[in-house]
Design a binder for this molecule. Structure first.
Ligand code: FEO
Length: 183
């Protein structure tokens, strides 16, 4: 009896996304290592924590493919690419990386909708929310850095940003959690 509950195309898309999450983790590891070497321990700590989150995302895709009786294919993780050139550049690149990842997830959401694969559609809603959170988190960081001068941020501001990021939570508050009393 065939117990595979994923179509070939959905299985491939989920396996590809699993590798993209591993790739995202490598990107954050590489940025964090470079920034740590430049002396930004707080920023590096924030990005090291984020690298772990991406590995968790990878694992969720892996477990889901298995749960649906389908086949996991572990493949090579692409090179993380160039180092950033500054803290500001690292967050700009991180934002682009997250938007690309959101687009990739939206594609699979659409694919699962088109194939009426409601289990996969439902599974992916967690990622739609997670991507909104991750984009929000980085937009908030970029906003703070823009206020501090963007590309021309002073060493003094970078010192404060680095210190704050050491203890900045991994998750951002989303609009859906806001109230009139706590905007
Ligand atoms: Fe798993 Fe940042 O996307």
């Amino acid at each position: 009896m065939n117990t595979n509950r994923l179509s070939e195309s959905i299985c491939k898309a989920l396996n590809d996304q699993m590798t993209k999450e591993a790739h995202a983790s490598q990107i954050y590891l590489s940025y964090a290592s470079w920034l740590n070497a430049q002396g930004y321990e707080g920023v590096a700590n924030f990005l090291f924590r984020h690298a772990n989150e991406e590995r968790n995302h990878m694992m969720k895709f892996l477990e889901y493919i298995l749960e649906r009786g389908s086949t996991v294919k572990i493949s090579a993780i692409p090179d993380p690419g160039e180092n950033p050139t500054s803290v500001y550049d690292a967050f700009q690149k991180a934002f682009k990386q997250e938007v690309d990842n959101s687009e990739s997830i939206y594609e699979i959401v659409k694919q699962s909708f088109d194939e009426s694969d409601w289990a996969t559609w439902n599974f992916l809603q967690w990622f739609v929310k997670e991507q909104t959170e991750e984009e929000t988190l980085i937009i908030n960081m970029l906003d703070k850095m823009k206020i501090a001068g963007g590309d021309k941020v002073s060493d003094q501001s970078l010192y404060s940003i680095d210190r704050d990021l050491m203890s900045t939570p991994d998750e951002a508050d989303l609009a859906r959690e806001k109230t009139v009393e706590e905007p």
